[in-house]
Design a protein around this ligand. Sequence first.
Ligand code: PGA
Length: 252
Amino acid sequence: MDRIPFIIGNWKMYKDASAAVELCDQLRTTIRVVGDREVGVAPSFAVISLVHQHLGRSRIRVGAQNLHPEPEGAFTGEVSAEILVSVGCTFVIIGHSERRQYFHESDQFLGSKLRAALRANLDPVFCVGETLQERESGSTEAVIRQQLDGALGSLTPSQLSRIVVAYEPVWAIGTGKTATPETAQQVHRFIREYICERCGMQSADRLRILYGGSVKPDNVDALMTQPDIDGALVGGASLKAQDFARIVNYQV
Ligand code: PGA
């Protein structure tokens, strides 16, 4: 099964309005999205509309970094899937380790966010990953299994087939320490096997699993040669158009 690679830039809490416009202008001229790969950026909520406008017809997808599970209501400071769709989002990152760590988001809560995204037709990019301590104690697979069980448990196979999973080892995020291609591949394989057990070969074969954690222009090619790595979720290196363009144009 040929899976279309998906490269996403997670801008986190960087890029104010003028910097976001500047980056969009640069991305439009440096990145040409053709049919063999998908590209997306996830700016902060406040500039999503602006980014959507400025990316124009570039075919670069716009997504969000988070959402609230309810469609609307008295939830001060929150943003729903429906509102995200109304400003041009087509995907949303769910369960990033920074959300889990700093905002104490539980697997169950993340499950409700996943269902909310699917309800609104947003593609969820669901993040999983172990800490350094968990890796060193040999519990990487147990941790990932628990994260998948907790959030994906209530989804039907057809819902599952619409999600993207991002494996992001916490120890590799923003640290400059990338997982080796082989280490990442092992976990990606494990995730695909998990989906196969739950939903069968066809869903597992279709599932895109992105790698995230210090992806840079100089390591993306090797990561993308692995059979179960179907793209990248890029933080720091997505803030510079040239670096992000090089990542999008990875060569295997
Ligand atoms: P990084 O971030 O590329 O800066 O390590 C990745 C992420 O947090 O998604």
